[in-house]
Design a protein around this ligand. Structure first.
Ligand SMILES: Cc1cc2nc3c(=O)[nH]c(=O)nc-3n(C[C@H](O)[C@H](O)[C@H](O)COP(=O)(O)OP(=O)(O)OC[C@H]3O[C@@H](n4cnc5c(N)ncnc54)[C@H](O)[C@@H]3O)c2cc1C
Ligand SMILES: *[C@@H]1O[C@H](CO)[C@@H](O)[C@H](O)[C@H]1NC(C)=O
Ligand SMILES: *[C@@H]1O[C@H](CO)[C@@H](O)[C@H](O)[C@H]1NC(C)=O
Length: 497
């Protein structure tokens, strides 16, 4: 009986993979993937079908624009569940994608259709052993930071509580502590990764794949756990000042940031600055510019850093202090804040890494932002991010040593164009808007290369824009891709080739 069933199953799948025959046999070709997969998975694994609450939760995302098309969600409970799912999907020609925090928004992800989402939510452990922590593939930043903090430790994570460690980390990963320790990916010591073949591999710096996992890692497998360096908490105090400015301060503000905080690419080690402009019609008819100056190891921000901004004449100021764990709440990166919600908005970013602010470009971008968001109210919830993290730890690591290509850049700038999805017309306007804003900044750099942080990318950029223009980088990525993922299974998130 079993042999007959197996032969029958094999012959059906062989026939179903042939498109012409599949039309005639379509009832037979609609396999029950839930049932077939469930047999292969551990007892703790979950499978969600469309319509179920679990499915809705697992597939809800920060951005609802150009999302992957998901027919089934698998929630692995052990690493082997990931391997089994990949093997099953390979045998049945079903595409798949890993999801952890659900904040990935690059439109290349929508190239996956009728696929399986592998939701990493249950692989979320944090185990600390002296200077190393073993972190589950789906662990979110908040869980990581808080677990470490309870043990008197910390490491570099993305700033937002709701993104995962590895979503940002596989593409580099910027965070508050990068000035001391480097990027999120610079903390990796070893990892378990399920390759496109379904093989589980433990890799570290002795593997040829290691270089790629630190900057282009989404392309090569699903990481089920990673060991990272952790550090004793040396400075538990943090403080901030937040300023708002009106439209007449654009030039003064970005000039101040260049002169007083960027300091020719050597910003202070203990200062993070972060801001955005956005519309708030109750405060002003023109967009308001917000700026946070955040200091590590202080109960109030040193006036050396804030005086120039007070002198500029802010519309409002506020201050506060607490610990490292409070920072997300101050800046609106905590789980309750707007950026962590999955409310069906289309959110697209158009990032550019730059060396310093071109003040005239910032004025042009601000004016265009003002003009478009007035004339096109559908886009008036958009904002324009500018982030200045400390840099020493990032620059201390030789550029060639990892796939993260842009250690020489100093600032992370990105319009975030946001709208309620309602047809292709507004989407087209949104995309044009984002591209025009980025183009202004790009022209202002006076450079030919456009560097776009892969984790913020829109998705229309090239592999050069994401992974660097150097031929040796592109060739190395291509060689590794051909070796580890010849059938391009992991090519939905900023594919290297
Ligand atoms: C509100 C907000 C705040 C952000 N803050 C920061 C920040 O402070 N620093 C920063 O660097 N970036 C930041 N980002 C950008 C962030 O790096 C990306 O959005 C990233 O994709 C989010 O990861 P995620 O796990 O939430 O997303 P997901 O959508 O779950 O994952 C994104 C992609 O990563 C891959 N992936 C996820 N988990 C795994 C895994 N275990 N193994 C292999 N591949 C995997 C998959 O290809 C997936 O498509 C932020 C984004 C948002 C929206
Ligand atoms: C597929 O199998 C699952 C698990 O056995 C079952 O709950 C579901 O009803 C089946 N679906 C169909 C369409 O047969
Ligand atoms: C956006 O436009 C709508 C409609 O004109 C208006 O009601 C709303 O207040 C605007 N919001 C912002 C943030 O400007």
């Amino acid at each position: 009986m079993e042999v007959v069933a197996a032969v029958l199953a094999w012959s059906i799948s062989a026939v179903c993979q042939n498109n012409a025959a599949a039309q005639w046999l379509s009832p037979l070709c609609t396999r029950n993937n839930s049932a077939a997969l469930a047999n292969r998975l551990s007892s703790g694994a979950l499978i969600y079908s469309p319509g179920s609450d679990g499915f809705i939760q697992a597939t809800s995302r920060w951005s609802a624009y150009e999302t992957p098309g998901i027919d089934l969600v698998v929630v692995p409970s052990v690493e082997d569940d990931v391997a089994q799912t990949i093997k099953y999907a390979n045998q049945n020609n079903i595409p798949y994608i890993a999801v952890s925090g659900g904040h990935g928004a690059i439109i290349t992800e929508s190239r996956m259709q009728n696929g399986i989402e592998i939701w990493m939510n249950q692989l979320n452990t944090v185990e600390i052993d002296e200077d190393i922590a073993r972190i589950g593939g789906g662990a979110l930043s908040k869980a990581v930071s808080h677990s470490l903090w309870d043990a008197g430790k910390q490491t570099v994570t993305g700033g937002c509580e709701c993104t995962s460690l590895l979503g940002p980390g596989l593409g580099g990963g910027h965070g508050l502590l990068q000035g001391r320790h480097g990027l999120v990916s610079d903390q990796f010591i070893s990892m378990n990764v399920v390759l496109a073949s379904g093989e589980i591999k433990t890799i570290d710096k002795t593997s040829d794949l290691w270089w790629a996992m630190q900057g282009a890692g989404h392309n090569f497998g699903i990481v089920t756990s990673v060991s990272v360096k952790v550090y004793d908490v040396q400075y538990s105090d943090w403080a901030y000042e937040v300023f708002t400015f009106k439209s007449d301060k654009v030039e003064g503000l970005y000039d101040n940031l260049n002169v007083h905080l960027l300091n020719n690419g050597s910003p202070p080690l203990n200062i993070v600055n972060y801001g955005f402009f956005m519309n708030d019609p109750e405060l002003d008819p023109k967009p308001i510019i917000y700026l946070w100056v955040i200091q590590e190891g202080a109960t109030s921000v040193d006036s050396i850093y804030t005086k120039p901004f007070h002198d500029l004449g802010p519309a409002t100021t506020d201050i506060g202090s607490g610990t490292y764990l409070d920072v997300p709440r101050w800046v609106g990166w905590d789980n309750d804040a707007a950026p962590c919600q999955h409310v069906g908005l289309a959110n697209t970013r158009f990032p550019i890494d730059i060396q310093s602010y071109n003040v005239q470009s910032m004025r042009k971008a601000y004016d265009l932002f003002t003009d478009v968001t007035k004339k096109t109210p559908e886009l008036n919830g958009s904002f324009f991010l500018f982030e200045g993290y400390p840099l020493q730890g990032v620059k201390a690591i030789p550029s060639e040593s990892t796939a993260y290509a842009f250690r020489e850049d100093n600032l992370l700038i990105s319009p975030v164009v946001s709208w309620v999805p309602s047809g292709s017309d507004v989407a087209q306007k949104a995309t044009d808007f984002g591209k025009r804003l980025r183009q202004i900044l790009y022209e202002g750099t006076g450079k030919s290369e456009l560097h776009s942080y892969v984790n913020y990318a829109f998705g229309d950029e090239t592999p050069q824009n994401w992974y660097g223009y150097e031929q040796h980088r592109q060739q190395r990525l291509l060689r590794l891709k051909n070796k580890y993922d010849p059938d391009r299974k992991f090519s939905f998130y900023a594919p290297v080739a």
